[in-house]
Write a protein that binds this ligand. Structure first.
Ligand code: SF4
Length: 329
């Protein structure tokens, strides 16, 4: 066992100052990913600053209609909260599709966002991995790629982001409240995650010592009619091969608004802007959905082990959009 120190944070600011001032320090929240990585020898913090009991555990509505979810709200509590269920059903559904009941009771919203890829090579210290050891190579390229990305990949890394929750947050343009030593800033969920490029060891744009204290969701009428569908190898406790968070508004048979994000296909939750543009103003028909899906996947780069994701994404998108349209017409 590698020894480490542990301290419980008394407030967010002192937690940030402690971690920012010590390169080997890390925040600990639910610990459902970090502790696993410590057991594997993948993460070796010399100090854990426990932020899980900070008073950031409420879901509230602001005067402007935005919903604020505190970073230490447990995944199960966020999924069950009436504001989330009524205003963002896709988010509630995404949360409930993640992990297991026991893990959802422990995992926090902030920690969920910062969980790391489940690429099997990343977690296997005997194989080369640029994300774990920059410059080491990528065992997945030319190896097992069933769970790997088809969009936004690089020659250095083809890992996928594992969060379900983040896919729904991407569809709804969530913003993160981030506290650093220089104060608070806001980061769009769709700006948080990096593409792998030549430095896949960095998952996000956050600096060492910056702490996510909350997530804010704008009031979006169409989000009340949203859904999340996850395709995986077994019915529970499995990561997405492909997932879709979507919301659709239709007037007089024409699509007036669409919000769609994909999971299991990229290094980040993949906001499907091309698909959304190809849906707006078009008839709510199967032909429209299929054409839009094909347009979104034009830039996809598949490997022999994950070429199945092209028809899987296409068919899942069509099925989800057909379901939403049926409910709205
Ligand atoms: Fe590592 Fe990324 Fe390659 Fe997986 S895909 S082995 S995480 S570099």
């Amino acid at each position: 066992m590698i020894p480490f120190h542990y301290t419980r944070a008394v407030d967010a600011r002192s937690a940030v100052e402690t971690v920012a001032g010590r390169p080997g320090a890390a925040f600990l929240s639910g610990g459902t990913n970090l502790v696993d990585h410590m057991k594997l020898g993948l993460a070796t913090p010399d100090l854990l600053v426990d932020v899980s009991r900070l008073p950031l555990d409420t879901v509230e509505i602001a005067e402007d209609g935005r919903v604020h979810i505190g970073a230490t709200v447990r995944n199960s509590d966020a999924a069950a909260h009436p504001l989330i269920r009524e205003r963002y059903p896709a988010l509630s559904s995404a949360l409930l599709s993640g992990a297991s009941g026991q893990i959802r009771n422990l995992a926090t919203v902030g920690g969920n966002l910062l969980q790391r890829t489940r690429c099997v090579y990343f977690q296997d210290l005997t194989t080369p991995c640029n994300k774990r050891s920059p410059g080491a190579g990528c065992a997945a390229i030319g190896g097992y790629t069933r769970d790997h990305a088809i969009l936004g990949t690089s020659t250095q890394c083809i890992a996928t982001h594992p969060s379900d929750m983040a896919v729904a947050l991407a569809a709804f343009d969530a913003e993160l409240v981030v506290l650093g030593v220089d104060g608070e800033r806001r980061v769009g969920l769709n700006q948080l995650y990096r593409s792998p490029g030549t430095s896949p060891h960095r998952d996000t744009i956050l600096e060492h010592g910056e702490l996510i204290t909350g997530v804010e969701l704008p009031e979006i009428a169409v989000a009340r009619h949203s859904t999340y569908r996850k395709v995986r190898d077994r019915a529970s406790y499995a990561f997405a091969l492909v997932s879709v968070a979507a919301a659709l508004a239709i007037e007089d048979g024409l699509i007036t608004e669409a919000r769609v994000a994909l999971g299991g296909v990229a290094h980040r939750p993949w906001r499907a802007h091309t698909l959304e543009g190809a849906l707006r103003g078009r008839p709510a028909s199967e032909e429209t959905y299929r054409r839009a899906a094909v347009a979104e996947l034009t830039e996809a780069h598949v490997r022999p082990g994950n070429a199945f994701k092209i028809p899987l994404v296409t068919n899942t998108l069509v099925a989800v959009l057909r379901q939403l349209a049926k409910e709205r017409l």
